[in-house]
Write a protein that binds this ligand. Structure first.
Ligand SMILES: NC(=O)c1ccc[n+]([C@@H]2O[C@H](COP(=O)([O-])OP(=O)(O)OC[C@H]3O[C@@H](n4cnc5c(N)ncnc54)[C@H](OP(=O)(O)O)[C@@H]3O)[C@@H](O)[C@H]2O)c1
Length: 291
């Protein structure tokens, strides 16, 4: 194992872009992309198990930050086998490769493992996903938690922010519409604990170095609905809040069902991490100040 070597999967995605930019200052990073060609990154399909094993053996990372996934709920619902191959089988391959060399795997999971009937979920609350995407993440989590190595399941909440490389975010979609002075319909009955992508990247990089094992909820500090989020965004970034149109999630049919309240309890993360868990107001303020 090479002490300062880190392997990042999904580095070409939304979260991956933020993480990669921070990690390169701290680690000797090997970053993986897939369909997008990114300078300095290695293109690999993680469903090619032999190639993944070869890369891990060659890089010998101390830590693998595994972000790559099909993170699109509706696409997973329509193509469950493909979702399983990327989200479960590829995770199992990376996990085995990590165990073979004694590396730590930080697996990024999701708040979508819960059914959303309760909210304020703790790490050990029972999971009950409503969607294929959630099913695949639960299946991958189980494998990570059953493995022998010092691994972590980092359950991320809804991520917002401005993508540095690839990927997209719901807040970017809102901002683009507001900048074009187009109306934005937002649910006022779907609750999450949104986390700013840069804050989540800091949380994950800290987790990469500490010795916590098991599940950890990595989120912002505040439970909020999408409309409430949009209002704070308007206030902090100077957009016209009159363009926001309240709506109910029950009025929209999507291929994958969405849970109503998958807000995450972050008490454990507060105890484990030094990185502050930002409120929506703090995160958006920092995001807009950066621009
Ligand atoms: N976005 C959210 O709100 C949210 C919330 C909770 C949890 N998460 C989790 O956080 C992680 C990152 O999410 P994100 O929003 O950054 O997703 P994203 O922007 O869609 O990025 C997905 C990444 O996975 C890579 N990838 C997809 N299929 C692959 C394959 N077969 N082989 C290798 N790489 C593959 C993509 O590579 P290319 O783009 O190069 O093809 C991309 O780098 C995911 O595990 C997701 O489940 C996201």
């Amino acid at each position: 194992m090479t002490e300062r070597a880190m392997l990042i999967s999904g580095a070409s995605g939304f979260l991956g872009g933020a993480l990669y930019h921070k990690a390169v200052h701290l680690w000797r990073v090997t970053a993986l992309c897939h369909s997008k060609s990114m300078p300095g990154m290695l293109p690999v399909d993680l469903t090619d198990a032999a190639k993944v094993r070869t890369i891990v053996r060659a890089v010998k990372p101390r830590v693998i930050l595994h972000l790559a996934a099909n993170a699109n709920l509706d696409s997973c619902e329509k193509e469950p086998q493909q979702a399983h191959a990327v989200n479960v089988a590829a995770t199992a391959t990376l996990l085995q490769a990590a165990d073979d060399i004694g590396a730590r795997l930080v697996f990024v999971s999701t708040d979508m493992v819960f059914d959303g009937h309760q909210g304020n979920y703790h790490e050990l609350d029972p999971v009950a996903p409503l969607s294929v995407y959630g099913d695949t993440k639960v299946a991958a989590e189980k494998r990570v938690l059953a493995a022998k190595g010092p691994h972590v399941v980092a359950r991320a909440a809804l991520i917002y922010g401005r993508p540095r490389l690839g990927g997209s975010s719901f807040s970017e979609w809102i901002e683009k519409r507001l900048q074009a002075r187009q109306p934005v319909t937002l649910y006022n009955d779907q609750f999450r604990t949104p986390v700013w992508v840069e804050n989540l990247a800091d949380q994950l990089l800290e987790l990469a170095c500490n010795d916590y094992c098991g599940i950890l909820h990595c989120a912002g500090s505040e439970r909020i609905d999408r409309l409430g989020f949009g209002r704070i965004l308007c206030q902090k970034a100077g957009y016209d809040a009159h363009l926001l149109i309240p709506s109910s999630m029950h009025d929209h049919i999507t291929p994958a069902p969405r849970p109503a309240d998958v807000s995450l309890n972050v008490e454990l993360a507060r105890q484990i991490l030094h990185t502050p868990l930002l409120s929506v107001e703090e995160g958006i303020s920092q995001m807009t100040a950066k621009a």
